[in-house]
Design a protein around this ligand. Structure first.
Ligand SMILES: Nc1ncnc2c1ncn2[C@@H]1O[C@H](COP(=O)(O)OP(=O)(O)OP(=O)(O)O)[C@@H](O)[C@H]1O
Ligand SMILES: [Mg+2]
Length: 421
């Protein structure tokens, strides 16, 4: 038997890798790499593309004055048929090639740690890559599988991410339990309901223990997008009026602002026509200073920095009940006090979708609250107070268990070696 196998959690925001020694049945190392790629504006002297991954991508993007292409949440394009390729420095990249860049980084770092070119991996996948659409889902998994091959893996199995999280929790248990696992990530929220038994860790047949899986396309990115829409876009001119025809004033189209709420759509503004429209709105608004902020945001590629300020509000409010939404750059001056109550009001719709889905999941799978012995919540977004509150209310008698919010899935995937038998 090969000595090693990797558990790989390729996430929307963070990717993690766990190195599993199949002889000792132990996880030997785990590490985390933010799922970010930065392409410099210039090629290497030999003509090859110049890119960096993870933390280094943030550093390079900032050091280069936010010029070049900075790619975030690339997992979300896996399921989009409309995304065929993107052109960067005169080279075209399809979805698999972009994802392969991140997988390669994970593999090379792990290979270096153990001194082996390990080609065997269990890679996680969400229960649904997109909203419950089989074709999109198949497309996403096929693309992910190609990415793994491009990154140098030869022997790959896929496992549902929440089952990965469940297996990580299982390794900490001392008795058999019926567990509801919820993984709240950057892109998706996934559920699994299953029987965990510490005596079965790493066993071959676990099918009979898996009772239900489900998921929804809502995650931390959706909370940030909701915040941008409600609290961010007014600073960028959502209420700006312009003179459409002499004497007739209209509000600028809301669609402009929908595009700055999600990262991938920012490229929308690269078109010449839209830039012309923007100039016109600005001119006929009487050079509205808020609308000018929108032009600055786009021209100077400030999306990532503004979203970091938004994420900071969210993270602060996971611990306290006051936060400052602050961003000051190139004439954009945002300084808003945000209370927890206000934040919860802004994100209520997204959290509500999770709540409705949870009810549906329980009902459709005939899971009564009494048939859940324990809860395991993981993923970065599980720290959001209103999400914790939701579970406390639904399961008042059970404690919320948590492990490593960012590495649990990868660790559990590494315990899924049975998939190769
Ligand atoms: N303390 C915190 N409070 C609230 N949210 C947080 C906190 N820390 C991180 N997050 C959010 O958690 C998300 C990332 O979590 P995680 O790394 O589990 O996601 P992922 O695995 O990359 O995504 P997915 O599983 O959906 O592909 C981001 O949206 C981030 O803003
Ligand atoms: Mg995840």
């Amino acid at each position: 038997m090969e000595k090693y196998l990797y558990g790989i959690d390729f996430g929307t925001t963070n990717s993690a890798l766990a190195i599993y020694n199949q002889h000792t049945r132990q996880v030997e190392h785990t590490f985390l790499v933010p799922s970010l790629i930065y392409f410099d504006e210039y090629h290497h002297p030999d003509g090859s593309p110049n890119y960096v991954v993870g933390e280094d991508a943030i550093a390079a993007y900032l050091a280069k004055g936010m010029k070049g292409r900075f790619i975030k949440s690339v997992k979300q394009v896996l399921s989009r048929p409309s995304f065929t390729e993107t052109r960067i420095q005169n080279k075209r990249y399809n979805a698999s090639e972009l994802v392969a860049i991140i997988l390669k980084k994970l593999k090379s770092r792990a290979d270096l740690l153990i001194g082996v070119d390990c080609r065997r991996a269990v890679i996680g996948r969400p229960v649904f890559f997109d909203d419950d659409n089989v074709q999109k889902d198949t497309l996403a998994q096929t693309r992910l599988s190609k990415a793994a091959t491009l990154a140098g893996f030869e022997d790959v199995r896929f496992q549902l991410e929440p089952i990965g999280a469940a297996f990580a929790y299982e390794s900490t248990l001392s008795k058999k339990e019926r567990v509801l696992v919820a993984d709240f990530g950057g892109g998706t929220t996934d559920f699994t309901y299953l029987i965990l038994d510490p005596e079965k860790v790493g066993n071959h047949d676990r099918k009979s223990d898996m009772m239900a899986n489900g998921g929804i396309y809502v995650g931390g990115d959706s909370l940030d997008a909701a915040f941008m829409w409600e609290q961010g876009t007014p600073h960028f001119g959502k209420h700006t009026q312009y003179e459409a025809t002499p004497g007739k004033r209209l509000t600028v189209p809301k669609s402009l602002f929908a595009n700055i709420c999600s990262w991938e759509q920012m490229n929308f503004f690269n078109g010449i026509r839209i830039q012309k429209d923007m100039e016109n709105y600005y001119h006929y608004s009487g050079k509205d200073s808020k609308f000018k902020n929108l032009i600055t945001l786009i021209e100077h590629n400030l999306g990532y920095a503004v979203f970091q300020a938004i994420e900071k509000v969210k993270i602060t409010l996971s611990d306290t009940d006051q936060a400052l939404f602050t961003y000051h750059h190139l004439g954009i001056d945002i300084e808003d006090h945000i209370t927890l109550a206000k934040y919860e009001q802004i994100t209520a719709k997204e959290v509500g979708r999770i709540s409705v889905y949870l009810d549906q999941f329980m009902q459709q799978n005939n899971i009564s609250p009494e048939s859940v012995d324990s809860l395991f919540l993981t993923g970065g977004t599980s720290q959001v107070k209103s999400i914790q509150q939701l579970f406390k209310k639904r399961f008042p008698k059970i404690n919320l268990n948590a492990g490593d919010n960012f590495k649990s899935v990868a660790i559990g995937l590494a315990y899924s070696g049975y998939l190769f038998e």
